[in-house]
Design a binder for this molecule. Structure first.
Ligand code: SF4
Length: 333
């Protein structure tokens, strides 16, 4: 893998942290994962006001498996409103669902959408839509952990981070906040440690030899962020974030990059497969590897037909490979 992360390779660093978290969470040799815990990793999730680089969702393992009954895709807030309140027995949809603060017709649309997705059952009784759940929606989310990735943590970056982390603590959506930074020496400079809020944990990473479970260590343990309120709104917003993590994971970058470019490759670095651009000879970022890339060249048509052993050509093969990896990880939880 190419050397230390630069601004251009923050994307690369982010993928390394995501894969490491998938392999090694919770961090620290003295931190044992409880037997009934499972962890989901996702990237670039957040709210209108704040986006986290990496998110780890700590889940109850059995409840997470029960969540699978509702499909692989995320449930958005409207679908959650329906699914979480759908009754065990048939009922007119307005009876079990809490009164929304928007018109009922939108709820009705969400009920139809939920039925199309197979996450509730519906039937018509006269001109009324009745609703019944397919299973109780499980209480699968325990904790949300946010990781900020700052490969080059300097004083200015530490100051900016401090503000963001203060915001996280105030917004209390995350239960724990970490900063991941590339190891440059034996320790993180004490001055940088001091600049960050004590609530934030610090991970130092060394991906030079590839990504494996030992590629990061704890420089500072975080303190749990104590919620100042645990109202329905907070519970719903956290669940929406967790649902996004469930549906997207961290490998969905291939949906916006160009694996259909003849120069797009996946390179192995330890236990991570990471994009490599053969034309630019670097780990390209997702913003560079887009439709506007001046070096983009489509796969030759023969790659997509009989001349290539993978059905659909290498671009389609790479997409399938990453989807299979995500699926395999999902099944191992
Ligand atoms: S040439 Fe451009 S589009 Fe093709 S793989 Fe490289 S960065 Fe991506």
């Amino acid at each position: 893998m190419s050397g230390p992360a630069t601004a251009d390779s923050e994307f690369t660093y982010e993928l390394c942290v995501c894969r490491w978290a998938e392999l090694a969470w919770p961090p620290g040799s003295d931190t044992q994962a409880s037997d009934d815990a499972a962890y989901l990793v996702a990237r670039q999730l957040g709210t209108k006001h704040r986006r986290w680089d990496t998110v780890v969702v700590e889940c109850n393992r059995d409840a997470l498996q029960a969540r699978a009954a509702f499909g692989d895709d995320e449930l958005d807030s409207d679908l959650l409103h329906v699914v979480r309140n759908a009754p065990a027995e048939w009922a007119w949809y307005r009876d079990p669902l809490p009164e929304p603060d928007y018109p009922w017709r939108y709820v009705r649309e969400a009920v139809h959408r939920a039925a199309d997705r197979g996450v509730v059952q519906t039937r018509s009784e006269g001109n009324r839509i009745q609703l019944k759940r397919i299973a109780p929606y499980p209480d699968w989310v325990r904790r949300l952990i946010a990781i900020e990735n700052k490969p080059d943590l300097d004083a200015a970056a530490a100051d900016r981070l401090a503000e963001q982390i203060d915001h996280d603590v105030e917004a209390d959506l995350a239960d724990e906040v970490w900063v991941a930074t590339a190891e440059t020496g034996a320790t993180v400079e004490p001055a940088l440690l001091e600049a960050l809020p004590v609530e934030a944990g610090i991970l130092t990473t060394d991906f030079a030899g590839g990504v494996d479970a030992d590629a990061a260590s704890v420089a500072w343990h975080p303190t749990s962020v104590t919620p100042t309120h645990d109202d329905d709104d907070r519970v719903s917003r956290r669940l929406e974030l967790a649902e996004r993590a469930y549906g997207r994971g961290w490998r969905d970058y291939q949906a916006t990059m160009r694996p259909d470019c003849r120069h797009f490759e996946l390179q192995r670095t330890g236990r991570l497969l990471i994009p490599w651009c053969a034309a630019k000879e670097c780990h390209q970022s997702s913003s560079v590897c887009s439709g506007s890339c001046e070096a983009f060249e489509p796969e030759p048509p023969t790659w997509r037909t009989n001349g290539w052993p993978i059905d659909g050509g290498p671009g389609a093969g790479i997409r399938r490979l990453l989807e299979q990896r995500a699926e395999r990880t999902r099944q191992q939880r």
